[in-house]
Design a protein around this ligand. Structure first.
Ligand SMILES: [Zn+2]
Length: 148
């Protein structure tokens, strides 16, 4: 299932941002994101869900496996960045950094786009999408669900 709709979003300047450097633990997340899937980890021993990627379950040290998320979530908390002098973020204008709670439970830190910062609120329903950097990398972002 491809829950990550690819969007062309030059205004996000993804090419100029510091890009992820996938390691052994996070590489599956990025490879699956490039293929259109948003995933998190679930413990095979206790069933706990977790994100960001880790080698083992943070609750019981059990083995983890990847599980596909629905791509739906809500804003758990957020901040509006109004000044960031590091390129290219200074070109973005005020932007929203949000901790999104997935429908499945884990939380992801990301940018929330397609919304005026003053219109963001805790509990806002959001939907994941992705912006492709190249054949091997796509960056997940979130936008209000009604903006789909
Ligand atoms: Zn566990």
């Amino acid at each position: 299932m491809n829950v990550l709709q690819l969007a062309d979003a030059p205004e996000l300047h993804v090419d100029a941002r510091p890009l992820p450097a996938p390691d052994h633990t996070s590489a599956p997340f990025w490879a699956l994101a490039a293929a259109g899937s948003l995933v998190f980890q679930r413990c095979t021993a206790c069933g706990a869900a977790q994100f960001y990627p880790r080698p083992l379950c943070i609750l019981c040290a059990g083995a983890v496996e990847w599980e596909e998320a629905s791509g739906e979530g809500t804003v758990h908390t957020f901040t509006v960045v109004r000044q960031n002098l590091a390129p290219p973020f200074g070109d973005l204008g005020p932007y929203v950094v949000a901790m999104v709670e997935l429908a499945e439970g884990p939380r992801m830190l990301s940018n929330l786009t397609h919304v005026e910062p003053d219109d963001v609120r805790v509990g806002l329903p959001v939907t994941a999408y992705a912006v492709r950097v190249d054949d091997e990398l796509a960056i997940p972002f979130w936008r209000p669900s009604e903006a789909r």
